[in-house]
Design a binder for this molecule. Structure first.
Ligand SMILES: [Zn+2]
Length: 245
């Protein structure tokens, strides 16, 4: 994402993943303090310090226990009236901002609105709707696109093994794997996720055994579409095996 230019004094960073928001927050913090011509340059002293998390003019407010309390925001507020240590700005990162309880949010309002010109605020929130309208309206919103769900490595691994077996044509090994799976009594959504991952894996390896691959894809698809899996999906996998051999 291109950073806004010029920078506003307060941003609400919402959407995306926690990592995505944290990365954007860091870039913005560096941009406030950067001495290069195209902030954040990533090379100058301030940029590096922000990258390493050691810039004295960047501070994080994180939940003390479950939430960010009014005392924490009061402390932030008093600190904001002390001039920067070495940079041109002081950057206050509140993450996750939606962990601020309502008194804390109210305490933040005044400094958001009338804080010193050098103070900048970066509020990161997965659930920006938890923030008071008054807080939200004092920040510019930067929305990250929703993140792609990350495939579960264990699921992928299993799908890949099942795909190998379906394509390999060793009936016994295949039946064994399906019986094993059956005995685990997967929930319908787990089974659906696995079957669709197996479909993906079979498609990737179709060249390995096109005839069997096409049959497997058809069987997997039918399994999915006919919703053969249901609570106590006892027959799904047997059915799948029957389609294959
Ligand atoms: Zn820089």
């Amino acid at each position: 994402m291109d950073l806004p230019n010029p920078l506003s004094h307060a941003y609400l960073i919402a959407g995306g993943s926690g990592d995505g928001r944290a990365a954007l927050v860091k870039r913005l913090a560096a941009a406030y303090l950067c001495l290069g011509s195209n902030p954040p340059c990533g090379q100058c002293g301030p940029c590096r310090k922000v990258g390493l998390g050691i810039h004295p003019d960047v501070s994080y407010t994180v939940p003390a226990k479950q939430e960010i309390t009014v005392d924490q925001i009061r402390a932030l507020r008093s600190d904001a009236y002390i001039r920067p240590n070495e940079g041109r700005r002081k950057v206050y990162i509140i993450d996750p901002a939606d962990a601020m309880n309502p008194p804390a949010q109210n305490a933040l309002l005044k400094v958001l609105e009338e804080g010193p010109a050098y103070a900048a605020f970066l509020l990161s929130a997965a659930r920006p709707g938890m923030l008071l309208d008054t807080v939200r309206s004092r920040c510019e919103l930067l929305s990250l696109p929703p993140e792609e769900p990350r495939p579960d490595p264990a699921l992928l691994d299993r799908a890949s093994r099942l795909a190998e077996l379906l394509l390999g044509g060793d009936e016994l090994a295949c039946a064994q794997a399906l019986v094993e799976l059956e005995l685990e009594k997967p929930k319908p959504d787990q089974l659906a996720a696995l079957l669709s991952a197996v479909e993906g894996q079979v498609s990737l390896r179709l060249a390995q055994n096109p005839r069997r691959g096409v049959r497997a894809l058809r069987a997997l698809k039918a399994c999915r579409e006919n919703a053969v899996y249901h609570p106590g999906a006892g027959h799904t996998l047997g059915w799948l095996a029957a389609q294959m051999f």
